[in-house]
Ligand binder design. Structure first.
Ligand SMILES: Cc1ncc(COP(=O)(O)O)c(C=O)c1O
Length: 622
C-alpha cells in the first residue's frame, strides 16, 4: 500500500489522485461541490456536472461530446505567445507562422474557432483534395494561408493553384519527385505563380509512438538522392526562385524536446546546402509533433512528454537562430503544423455508468457447515495441485489466475460441479487483497467510436468521475463499453502518478447517476472513430461562458440515428419497416400499428442506451 494511499482525502488529494494539474494544464480543476470544472481564466469556470444536468433537462441523452472552443482559442494563443517570448528572450527575430493541420480534427466548428483565435495569420495545413476543399470552405475574409502536403495528382495541384489565385497564400509542398513536373505544367497552363515547398526525409528519429513519420524509412518526403534530382529539375526548368519552404515532420506525440533539436539541426544543414546552391529558402516548416501528457507521467514514455510549449518554442528558435549565426545565414520564418497540442484539451466525452457488475460478497462459501468444509477441502487440494499449499491467506493476483485455470480444468474434467466451481471461485476471490477486488463498470459509450486510439494503440486518456470528488473513491474498477467485443474495455489508466490496469472510482449506489468524463479527446479521436456494432457518432455541442458568466450551448449536432447508421451500411430503413409489416401480418400479430410505430421510433433514435430511460423518440427532432 503506497504512502499516498493513506493520505487524508480532500479536494487537493482528489486533484492529485486523478493527476488533474498535469494533464489539465490549468484548464481543468475541481470546485467546492466536488465537481470537475473547466477553467477559462480568473473567475471563469464551467461546472461539467451542471453541463450534464442541463443537457439532461433539455432532453439530450448521454453520451455527449462537449467541446470548449475557448480552450481551443487559448491553446492557439499560448503557442503564439511561446514563440514571441522565445524570440524576445533569445533576441533572434524569428517570425513564427502557425498552421493548423486539418487531419487532427476537421470538424467545421473546431476549424472555425481556431481560425478566429485572434492570432495573426493562422493558416491551415491539408493533406488531401478533400481537406483542401474543406479549407476553402472555412477561410473567410480576403486572405488566408495554406500548406498543401500529401500525395498530389493533377486535380489536387490545380485546386491548390486556384487557392493561390484566390489570394490564399498557398505553399505546394512536393512530397514525390513526379509532382514537380505536374506543378510546373499546371502553373504555366493556368498562369498562376506556384510557391513551392519540399518535404525532406530526415535521418534523425524522434522517440515516440508515431516516430515512423520521420527517419529514413519515413513514408513521406524526398531522400537525399531524390532531393538532389529535385534541385536538378528545378534548375533545368529555371524554377529555383519558386522554392521557398523546406519542410519536415518528425512524427506525432514527440515526448522529448531534444529530438526536435536533432531534427532541426539536420534540416538546417539542408537549408544551408540549398543556400549554397543559390536557392533562397525563406521558411522552415517544422511540422507538428508537440506532445500532450495523456498519462501525466511528465517523462518520455509514449503517452507523456517532458517539456512545455515554451520549452518547445525556445528549442526551435534558439537552434535555428544559433545555426544561422554560426553559418552566417539569414534567419528563416518558422512555420509549424501543431495539431494535437492545440486541439486535444478542448473536447470531453461525458457519459454515465449503466451498470456495475455485482461482485459476489466476500464471504466464505455459503451453505451448511459441512458443505463449506468440503469446498474448502477441494480448494485446498486444487491449490496443492499448483504448488500453492497454504496460499489461501496470502493469495496474489498471479496465484489467483493460476488457481482459476486449475479450477476450470477440474470443472471440465467433471471433478467439480458448476455450483462448486462458482462457490470455490467466489471464496478464493475474497482471499485476494482488497485492491484486487476489481469490479466491472459498464459505460454508455463505444470505445471504438469515441476513443479509437485506446483500442488501436493502447493509448492512455485521463478518465475520472466528474462528481463526488470530496469523497474518497474506494472501488477498484475496469471500464467496459457497450459493444459486444472483448476489446471494448480500457486496460490502462493513469492515476495517482502511475499507470495501472484498473482505476479507483466510487462505489455506485443503485439509483444514482454516476457520470464520468473522458478527457483530451479533441485530437484525432473523432474522425478515426468507427461504427463497430453500429454505435454511431455521439451528440456533440459547444459550451461557452459569456463575459457575464452565462453558460451557452451552441452548434448542437445530434448523434447518428440508427437509420443513418443503417444507410451507411446500405440497409434501407423503409425496407426494414416493410419487411417487419409483412412478417407481423403473416404471423397474425396484434397491435401491428403500435409495434410498427415503435420500430420506426427505434430507427430514428440514438444508437446508445437512453441515459434518461425514456421511450425511444426522434433525437433529430429534439
Ligand atoms: C505533415 C504533418 N503535419 C502535422 C501533423 C500534426 O502533428 P501533431 O498532431 O503531432 O502536431 C501531422 C500528423 O502526424 C503530419 O503528418
Amino acid at each position: 500500500m503506497s504512502k499516498k494511499y493513506k493520505q487524508a482525502w480532500d479536494l487537493d488529494r482528489a486533484r492529485e489522485f486523478y493527476n488533474i494539474p498535469v494533464w489539465g494544464e490549468g484548464y481543468f480543476d475541481i470546485n467546492s461541490l466536488g465537481h470537475v470544472i473547466v477553467r477559462l481564466g480568473n473567475q471563469m469556470q464551467i461546472d461539467l456536472y451542471e453541463v450534464a444536468a442541463r443537457l439532461t433537462q433539455q432532453g439530450v441523452s448521454l453520451p455527449v461530446l462537449v467541446r470548449f472552443p475557448q480552450i481551443l482559442q487559448a491553446r492557439v494563443k499560448q503557442l503564439a505567445h511561446a514563440f514571441e517570448l522565445a524570440a524576445e528572450k533569445s533576441q533572434y527575430a524569428i517570425e513564427h507562422l502557425p498552421f493548423y493541420p486539418l487531419k487532427v480534427n476537421q470538424q467545421g466548428t473546431v476549424v472555425e474557432h481556431i481560425l478566429s483565435a485572434d492570432v495573426q495569420a493562422i493558416g491551415l495545413e491539408v493533406g488531401t483534395k478533400a481537406e483542401l476543399l474543406a479549407a476553402l470552405g472555412v477561410f473567410d475574409g480576403e486572405s488566408g494561408r495554406l500548406i498543401c502536403n500529401g500525395y498530389k495528382d493533377r486535380a489536387y495541384i490545380r485546386l491548390a493553384l486556384f487557392a493561390q489565385a484566390m489570394n490564399i497564400q498557398t505553399f505546394l509542398v512536393v512530397e514525390k519527385l513526379a509532382e514537380l513536373e505536374l506543378i510546373i505544367e499546371e502553373a504555366e497552363r493556368l498562369n498562376i505563380e506556384a510557391i513551392l515547398g519540399v518535404r525532406i526525409r530526415l535521418h534523425s528519429i524522434a522517440a515516440g509512438k508515431w516516430q515512423n513519420s520521420g527517419g529514413k524509412e519515413a513514408k513521406f518526403g524526398l531522400s537525399t538522392a531524390e532531393l538532389v534530382n529535385f534541385i536538378a529539375v528545378l534548375e533545368q526548368q529555371s524554377y529555383q526562385a519558386h522554392l521557398k519552404v523546406l519542410h519536415f515532420h518528425m512524427g506525432s506525440q514527440i515526448s522529448n524536446v531534444s529530438d526536435f533539436r536533432l531534427g532541426l539541426l539536420e534540416a538546417m544543414s539542408v537549408y544551408r546546402a540549398l543556400h549554397e546552391e543559390g536557392i533562397k529558402i525563406e521558411k522552415i516548416d517544422i511540422g507538428g509533433g508537440v506532445g500532450v501528457d495523456y498519462s501525466s507521467q511528465q517523462n518520455i514514455s509514449y503517452f507523456s512528454k517532458s517539456y512545455s510549449l515554451q520549452d518547445y518554442a525556445d528549442t526551435v528558435v534558439v537552434t535555428i537562430g544559433d545555426y544561422c549565426l554560426r553559418h552566417d545565414l539569414p534567419l528563416p520564418q518558422v512555420l509549424s503544423e501543431n495539431g494535437r497540442a492545440l486541439s486535444a484539451h478542448h473536447a470531453v466525452l461525458l457519459t454515465n455508468v449503466v451498470e456495475a457488475e455485482q461482485l459476489p460478497a466476500p464471504t466464505s462459501p455459503a451453505g451448511a457447515q459441512e458443505e463449506t468444509l468440503n469446498l474448502r477441502a477441494v480448494a485446498a487440494r486444487l491449490l496443492q495441485d499448483i504448488n500453492l499449499t497454504g496460499a489461501e491467506q496470502t493469495l496474489s493476483i498471479q496465484d489467483y489466475d493460476q488457481f482459476l485455470q486449475r479450477v476450470g480444468e477440474s470443472f471440465v474434467s467433471g471433478e467439480i460441479s458448476l455450483l462448486e466451481r462458482a462457490k470455490i471461485e467466489t471464496h478464493m476471490r475474497a482471499c485476494l487483497p482488497t485492491e484486487h477486488h476489481i469490479q466491472k463498470y459498464y459505460l454508455n459509450f463505444s470505445l471504438f467510436q469515441s476513443l479509437p486510439d485506446a483500442w488501436g494503440l493502447g493509448q492512455i486518456f485521463p478518465i475520472m468521475p466528474i462528481q463526488k470528488l470530496h469523497e474518497e473513491p474506494h472501488q477498484q474498477v475496469v471500464l467496459h463499453d457497450l459493444t459486444c467485443d472483448s476489446d471494448g474495455h480500457i486496460d490502462s489508466y493513469a492515476c495517482d502518478g502511475k499507470v495501472s490496469s484498473s482505476i479507483r472510482m466510487h462505489a455506485i449506489e443503485d439509483t444514482q447517476q454516476y457520470l464520468l468524463g473522458f478527457f483530451l479527446l479533441g485530437a484525432y479521436q473523432e474522425v478515426l472513430g468507427d461504427m463497430h456494432n453500429l454505435f454511431g457518432d455521439t451528440h456533440a455541442l459547444n459550451v461557452e461562458l459569456t463575459d457575464n458568466q452565462e453558460l451557452v450551448f451552441t452548434d448542437f449536432e445530434g448523434g447518428d440515428t440508427v437509420q443513418e447508421l443503417l444507410a451507411m451500411v446500405h440497409i434501407d430503413s423503409a425496407r426494414v419497416m416493410h419487411r417487419c409489416q409483412q412478417r407481423m401480418q403473416a404471423a397474425k400479430n396484434t397491435d401491428v400499428q403500435q409495434r410498427l410505430a415503435e420500430i420506426n421510433n427505434a430507427l430514428y433514435s440514438y444508437s446508445y442506451l437512453d441515459s434518461m430511460d425514456r421511450p425511444a423518440h426522434r433525437i433529430k427532432d429534439e
